[in-house]
Every structure is written in C-alpha cells, then in structure tokens.
Design a protein around this ligand. Structure first.
Ligand code: BES
Ligand code: ZN
Ligand code: ZN
Length: 499
C-alpha cells in the first residue's frame, strides 16, 4: 500500500472512501464534516439526530455519496470522547476502518490526520498513528495459501490536510509510522512462519538480508565458534536437534564512540517442543513462535538503522530448536555457561533462559553498557498478565522506567514485576551454581532471577512476552496471530536513549 500526505480539501478528494471523525457528545458539526454534511444534503446530521452516529469509539458509519461528492463513500469514524482521545485509539480506529473498507472492495482511501490538535496530539504524531493503524491493521499472512484472498487490497491511503504548511509534518510523521509498522510486520511475518521454514539457518539468512538492506554489520557464529567461546548452555539446548544453532549478531553504529550503548537480546527458539521434558501435544504448534523475541529485536534493528539515532546498538539472537533427539539434553545434566557458571537442568523445557544466559554473557564480553532482552520465556508470565501486558523485570529502575515509557508511546503495555532477592532462593541447586527451574510458584520471576545472575551488575531489563507475542483474535490494530510486540517499544527506546 502506498501512503502519501497531500494538500487538499478532504471533501474534494476523489477516492473510494474519505474518512472523517465524529466525537461522542459533540454538539454541532464544524470544519470538514460540516462541509461534507452539506454536500450530502444533511445526511450526516440526520444520522446523528436519529442516533445511528453517536461517535462511540470504533463506531464506523459508511454513507454512500451517490455522486454528491467526488468520493464514492464517506466514512464517519467514531473516536469516543474528545478528552479521552489517545494515539492508541487513533491507530485502532484507522485499523478497523481500513479492514472494513478492504472488505467492501475499496482500493483507495483518503483520511484526515485523525486526532490532530485534540487532547494534545500533534499533527506529526497523528499522521504517524494513522499510518501505523492502516499498515498494522491490514496485515495478513498468506504466504502459504495458494488461493487468493476474497478481498482485494487497499492500494493507496492519502492523508489529507488543506494547509500547505502542514505537509512536512505530515510527511515526517507518516514516514516514521511507515518504518515502525513495516518493522512490526516483518517481525510478525517471521513469527507466523512455520518452524519447518523458520529454522535457525533461515533466521540467520533473514538477518543477513536485513543487514544488507539497511547497512548493518552482521556476523553469525557457528557451532564450533560457540564451542570455542564456551557457550555450553546454548549448545546444550541445540544438541537435541539436527538443525545447527546460529548466534546472530547485528551491529548498528550511530554513536560517535566505540562503546556499545545498548545490547538487544532476543530469544530465538525456532521451535520449542520442550525437549526431553516434552510439552503436551495440544497447542504445541504455537511454539513455532518461540523466536518472537529474536524476531522483534531483528526487526527493531532494521527500523533503528533507518531512523539513525545517535547511539550504538547491537542485537544478539541465539537461534536454535529445542527438540528431543537422541543426543538431547536431559534433566539432571549440568551445563557450563560462557561466564563459567554451572547450571543444573531440572527441565529441558526451561531452555530459553539457557540460551539467554550465554547471550547475556556474550553481550558483557562485547562490553555492552546496558542490556534489554526480549523473550517468550514463561507460561507463568502469560498466566499472570494475560495477553494485555508484557512483564518487565530489571536490576535498574532508571532503565526499566525508560523501557516502560517507550512502550507507552507505542501503545505496547508493559508491567513491572517484582525482583525481591528472596526469589533467588528458589533457583539454588544442590549440585551446581544454579538450576534452571525455581519450582512451581512465581515462575516468571524465578526465570528472570535466573537471567539476572548472568546480567550481573550491568543495567538490564528483561521483557517476558509469552502472553503478548501472539493474539488469539483480531483486536484493533492487532490481527490474529503474531503481534510484533515489542518492536515499536525497542525502536522508541533506542530513540529516547540517543537523546
Ligand atoms: N517457550 C516457553 C514459554 C511459553 C509458554 C511461551 C507459552 C509462549 C507461550 C518456555 O520455553 C517454557 O516452556 N517455559 C516453561 C518453563 C517451566 C518448565 C519452568 C513453562 O513456562 O512452562
Ligand atoms: Zn520451553
Ligand atoms: Zn521456549
């Protein structure tokens, strides 16, 4: 879809549909909607007085213009109460409207920069939210379907403003929205891809393509290099699969110094069967998405490379399958991680923390000044927070505050979880330095405490996205399947750390 900002009067635009807004409790029509109402011989005001248009959030009314306007349809999109308006709501209503218009067969749409000038929303941010809403809401994953979709695609979206002076702002906002949404959709594509395609090697290939496209440095470590480095934990997970593990390292240098300002680490289990501690078969297919953290980190790097903040960022993705092959890791085994710590395996299904232990150790070796890791780490986090909030765990309040704020800006909700040291007790092993399962209770926290041992005293945030990486249903700008969380948070974070 092409998205373009143009200077025009929305009522004069020739398109399959033009979108304007109505707010709950609005007394009278003014501006664009008043002009349009007049052209439609009062159809809008009539629908309002009849109670069909109330302006409730996500209420969508389609009025056919029947030649009274250059556009075929006028869409009145409800934005709820003016004082409650937010960018999240704008993204959502645009997504819902675009999906409905696509279903109706509309192939070009024009909209105002919805929400601009209301509740403190700038024109630039409104244009960004409109762009994100359209691109995220219209996302679909049809790569493996041989038949065409019933609906066509919206080919063009115009963001219209009558004031020429506003054009650069609209363009800037829309361009940023495009970069962020396309990165999110890239992560979604990777997560939705089945595990017979999305192998560690293919993930590395995708990373190489990304690096080439956006001018990032890349290296991919192979098994023998991991062995030389002493990454016993990552190798332990990988040994049950015939697929070779890959350690993907992407490097963005926007800052002046040689320092690594932040390392983004993403869990890259391309399929998690549980290993010898095998998972129940029901729902196991969902575990093709156990590389969502890695995909998010990769996609965020692509966006960061395009937005060029003055900061140095590396991404580290330990990619492997977790399968119960003849050489697989067993409960009771003891592994040695890259930092020399020994780990007793209680469950081979707690594999994410093993791969992340080595990635954290490696980030420290590379001299990272701060670390954010993203992982579909625990079912316990999903039980605790559902599919609404990702969990945040940290050893540094300042950094976690920044991560949460970056999420807020993106509309990706993040809830900070406790890290009291008492939880560490649960990870104590009788035979090694630490064990990989801390018992039945507080599983998301004990998993984070495990990681904390490998992060040491470097400012570090762990995001558990087990509940938020996939959506069971369509909701506003999310569609069923991969959500692409927390790509936009990570990009916002890099931008904010660069300030
Ligand atoms: N990949 C899973 C966590 C997960 C569960 C992600 C549901 C997405 C949805 C992880 O590797 C895992 O299996 N964790 C175990 C840990 C347990 C063995 C301590 C879990 O949560 O059950
Ligand atoms: Zn697992
Ligand atoms: Zn897993």
């Amino acid at each position: 879809m092409e998205i373009k900002a143009v200077v025009d009067d929305i009522a004069k635009v020739k398109a399959g549909a033009i979108i304007v807004n109505f707010f709950e409790g609005m007394e009278r029509l003014d501006g664009n909607i008043a002009t349009i109402d007049k052209a439609l011989d009062g159809a809008v005001s009539q629908l309002i007085s009849q109670g069909e248009i109330k302006g409730k959030l996500n209420e969508i009314t389609i009025i056919h213009s029947l030649g009274r306007l250059p556009a075929d349809r006028v869409v009145v999109a409800g934005l709820g109460k003016k004082e409650e308006l937010s960018l999240v709501r704008v993204r959502g209503v645009v997504a819902e409207t675009c999906r409905l218009l696509r279903q109706k067969g509309t192939d070009n749409v024009a909209t105002i920069a919805q929400g601009a000038g209301i509740a403190g929303i700038s024109l630039e941010n409104a244009a960004q939210a409109v762009t994100e809403g359209a691109l995220l809401g219209l996302y679909s994953f049809r790569r493996h379907m041989t038949e065409e979709a019933e609906h066509g695609e919206i080919k063009q979206l115009l963001i219209v403003d009558s004031d020429k002076a506003n054009l650069p702002l609209l363009e800037r906002g829309s361009n940023k929205g495009m970069i962020l949404a396309e990165a999110t959709n890239l992560a979604r594509d990777m997560v939705n891809e089945p595990a017979n395609y999305m192998t560690p090697a293919y993930m590395a290939e995708r990373a190489v393509k990304l690096a080439e496209a956006y001018g990032l440095k890349i290296s991919v470590l192979e098994q023998n290099q991991m062995r030389e480095l002493g990454m016993g934990a990552l190798l332990g997970v990988a040994q049950g699969s015939r697929q070779q593990p890959k350690l993907i390292i992407l490097n963005y240098r926007g800052g002046g110094s040689a320092e690594v300002d932040v390392a983004l680490i993403g869990k890259g289990i391309t399929f998690d069967s549980g290993g010898i501690s095998i998972k129940p078969s029901e729902g196991m297919g969902e575990m093709k998405g156990d590389m969502a953290g890695g995909a998010a980190v990769m996609a965020a790097m692509g966006a960061i490379a395009q937005l060029k903040p003055k900061i140095n960022v590396i991404a580290i993705i330990p990619a492997t399958e977790n399968l119960p092959g003849g050489n697989a890791l067993k409960p009771g085994d003891i592994l040695t991680a890259v930092n020399g710590k020994t780990i007793e395996i209680i469950s081979t299904d707690a594999e994410g923390r093993l791969t992340l232990a080595d990635a954290l150790g490696y980030a420290k070796k590379l001299g990272a000044k701060s670390i954010v890791d993203v992982a579909t780490l625990t079912g316990a986090c999903r039980v605790a927070l559902g599919d609404v909030y990702s969990g945040a765990f940290s050893n540094n309040q300042e950094l976690v505050d920044k991560v949460i704020a970056a999420g807020g800006e993106a509309g990706e909700l993040i809830w900070q979880m406790p890290m009291h040291e008492q939880y560490k007790e649960q990870n104590k092993s009788d035979v090694a330095d630490i064990k990989n399962v801390g018992g039945k209770y507080g599983g998301a926290i004990t998993a984070a405490q495990f990681l904390a041992e490998f992060a040491g005293d470097i400012p570090w945030v762990h995001l558990d996205i087990a509940g938020t990486s996939m959506s069971e249903k369509e909701r506003t700008y999310l569609v069923k399947g991969a959500t692409g969380v927390p790509v936009r948070t990570l990009v916002n974070l890099a931008l904010s750390l660069a300030k």
